[in-house]
Design a protein around this ligand. Sequence first.
Ligand code: COA
Length: 369
Amino acid sequence: MDHAKGLAGIVVDETKISSTKNEKLTYAGYSVEEIAKAHASFEEVVFLLWYTRLPSEDELREFRRDLVSKMVLPAETIRLLLYIAKEPQHPMSILRTTTSLLGTTNDVDHDEPPKILAKMLTAIAAIIRIRDDEPFLDVDPELGVADNFLYMMTGKKPNAELSQMFNTVMILHADHEFNASTFTARVVASTMSDYYSCLTAAVCALKGPLHGGANERVFEMLNEIMSQDEDPIDFIKNEIGRGRKIMGFGHRIYKHGDPRAYILKDIAEKLAEETDNMDYYNIQQQLADYMLEKDHLHPNVDYYTALIYHCLGLEKETFTLVFAACRTSGWLAHVMEQRREKTLIRPNSEYVGPTNRSYLEDTAVKEAR
Ligand code: COA
């Protein structure tokens, strides 16, 4: 039987949400580069992913108002969050429990995507604030969704330039067709389970270092190079020599460069300049040049976001939480699409273990011993 390891190259279903065909990322037919360059807002892109069309001005205003108004958490969630967010586990483990918790303290049978996305963003911001020993911040109805999320995480209201950059960062992470966490969410959705269960499963998949967890590892690597005052290229050679993968490089789909990474690189450079973090950026440049020349490996979406999140003042352990916040919009789009299909995802496997064994004969042997 023919089979593809890791489902590589296998088309498992149709989707109208996003595509990476020919290594070009499009959302409902629009190039992500164009969307980012035109400075679309995050909520405009969420609308596009959910309804596969752009909103009118009135629709967008109402969509934004609705999402922002829902960025509050029930008192019970906050009470429990104050307890679990302080646990010593990795913040992504805290988010896994929190996502499940949202499905317990909210109306799991009737909650709709706008409410669920809004609560996820607020919960993620709250986890970060609680862990930083900072007071929990209320949503500001005057700000958009991305600005509010940034404000509620960092305590600072962004200026126009930062707002634009952060909206772009969120947009670039919003969706990516059948990536591992989205596919996980779709598998759960295909059983007609509830939204919160789908998102909890997706968070578990995103946590891994081969997926969303790579951004944290990128920053660890940069710190290691800086703290040991090591030549970046020697460091990389050493790692590769030990058979290790270099985090933030390579991609299952993009073999000629991740279109998101080019845009994120510019944002990382700007923020690094403004926040006196050019040392990190310069090391990243050296590593990227070497990886390209040596292995034709390009930076992926996680490579420059590591530096962007650092420049925003976030701890490295929380980087993947921000990824999860952005990707929740795409997960929800896919869960909705999958639920409309009403088809259970249940593939087959090729069995390669022993065959024709006899339980009776084998247990008789044991008895005879
Ligand atoms: N560092 C070093 N070598 C890498 C590499 C990396 N980051 N990514 C891929 N390679 C090499 C592999 O070792 C393999 O070499 P081989 O053919 O000699 O065995 C080859 O490139 C193909 O890689 P493979 O892992 O089979 O490709 P994939 O499509 O299954 O993997 C990733 C894609 C993302 C899992 C992989 O590139 C990776 O692990 N990257 C690091 C983690 C990361 O940044 N994840 C975030 C993704 S957005």
